[in-house]
Design a protein around this ligand. Structure first.
Ligand code: HSE
Length: 436
């Protein structure tokens, strides 16, 4: 039986998961792809810590060249994360004719073009299923099974850490900080958790999904990104009262000429399937013109689920190598010369319903002043909550708007927040309730 030889860069959480797959399922993998899959080298700076797995003598090395320049290695699996040195190692491995499998969403979202051009030039494959949605096979679904569809939307809950935090805050009324700590201890969070909680990790992922679905380059710097660190318990309570859940939603939309790619806390009706995606789970909902809507759901982070995605990519490359099918599937789902440059809609141009929480003094005429300004900017109110006053100096007034343009909302809030009756900056949360 022939064999496909794998070298690993990075022996952290996911790297350990990959070793676990080899240990438990090597035979099964061989049965499925008709050749054995062998882990020949793992390079990491730390080769002494106990990861709870055993490896044959000589597999571990601190010398990265033993992976990226090893003539024996067919596929280099990059699990270091971050931009450098991961990027340089990948480029060198590509120059050496290695296929690449990576879980590195930051690198692919920001420097993907450089890596993909190098791979196309050298006739090697780059696969990154593990970069988005952990174990959920969303990228291969877009690239393979659903590739006859024109996609109009792709949206999802793509960060397990944020979803875990929001779920706990919703279910238990917990505070943000201790829940973040728990998520870190469970191994879900990035090394730098600000990437999780400030939405950057989610933005990397939706930039990749939007590019794959809509056949366009996505300039990561233009992806609007807002995280969950400012979500207050009171907003979760009001959302619940109004029949919504707050999720960190990654949103990609296309009308064929312009795309939306954005990440922000979003209120979604409790009746939506997406609102039931709780804890560390992720889900992606996409709409194709022939498929209609579909949702993929599963473990979005963690050692084993992510390792499952990594090894799926390794096996796909193994199959292509065995059949001699070089470049069978374009790296970004469209043939390289067919990838477009659709502009990303400015946030000021998006149209949405908005949840607005004003903090005001409680006296006659307050509501009239606020609604007057909203009316001036063509913002129509759908519903309102004003809880009974409990001797507080400042009281919340919560309004839900009909569809409004974000530039109008911004102008109205700038004016409202200048009013003498307004005690704190108004809180805005976008609402997604028009899924196609
Ligand atoms: N930190 C990420 C998360 C891991 O919490 O979802 C998977 O990308």
């Amino acid at each position: 039986m022939k064999s496909i030889k794998v070298g690993l860069l990075g022996f952290g959480t996911i790297g350990t998961g990959v070793v676990r797959v080899f240990q438990r399922n090597a035979e099964l993998m061989a049965k499925r792809i008709g050749q054995s899959v062998e882990l020949v080298k793992i390079a990491d700076l730390d080769i002494t810590s106990d990861r709870g797995v055993t490896l044959p003598q000589g597999v571990l090395t601190t010398d990265v060249e033993e992976v990226i320049s090893n003539p024996e290695v067919d596929v280099v699996v990059e699990l270091i994360g971050g931009y450098e040195p991961a990027k340089s190692f990948i480029l060198k491995a590509i120059a050496n004719g290695k296929h690449i499998v990576t879980a590195n969403k930051a690198l692919m979202a920001v420097h993907g073009q450089e890596i993909i051009s190098a791979a196309n030039k050298n006739g090697v494959q780059v696969m990154f299923e593990a970069a988005v949605g952990g174990g959920i096979p969303i990228i291969s679904a877009i690239k393979e099974n659903l590739c006859a569809n024109r996609f109009s939307t792709v949206l999802g809950i793509l960060n397990g850490t944020c979803n875990y935090i929001l779920t706990k805050m919703t279910d238990e009324g917990s505070d943000f900080a201790p829940v973040l700590k728990e998520a870190q201890e469970l191994g879900y969070a990035e090394a730098d958790p600000t990437f999780d909680v400030e939405g950057v990790d989610t933005a990397h992922k939706i930039a990749l999904l939007a590019a794959l679905c809509f056949g366009t380059r996505v300039d990561f710097d233009q992806v609007y990104t807002e995280g969950v660190s400012n979500i207050a318990a009171i907003d979760i309570q009001f959302a619940t009262q109004m029949g919504y859940k707050i999720k960190l939603l990654a949103i990609g939309k296309s009308n064929g000429e312009q795309i939306e790619v954005r990440v922000h806390p979003t209120m979604i009706p409790k009746s939506y399937q997406l609102s039931e995606v709780d804890g560390v789970f992720n889900a992606v909902r996409l709409s194709g013109d022939f498929l209609g809507p579909a949702m993929l759901y599963g473990s979005g982070a963690g050692m084993d689920a992510t390792a499952s995605a990594v090894m799926g990519d390794v096996m796909a490359i193994g199959r292509d190598m065995a059949s001699g099918a070089k470049g069978r599937t374009p790296i970004m789902a469209y043939c390289a010369d067919q990838v477009g440059e659709l502009p990303i809609k400015q946030m000021s141009d998006i149209v949405s319903h908005y949840y607005l929480r004003f903090t005001t003094v409680d006296r006659p005429g307050v509501l009239a002043q606020i609604s007057g300004i909203l009316g001036k900017y063509d913002i129509s109110i759908q519903s309102m909550i004003q809880p009974e006053r409990h001797e507080a100096d400042a009281v919340p007034i919560v309004l839900m708007t009909h569809d409004a343009k974000e530039s109008n909302i911004n102008q109205a809030l700038a004016e409202i927040d200048q009013l003498e009756i307004v005690q704190q900056p108004t809180r805005l949360i976008r609402v997604e309730n028009s899924l196609d």
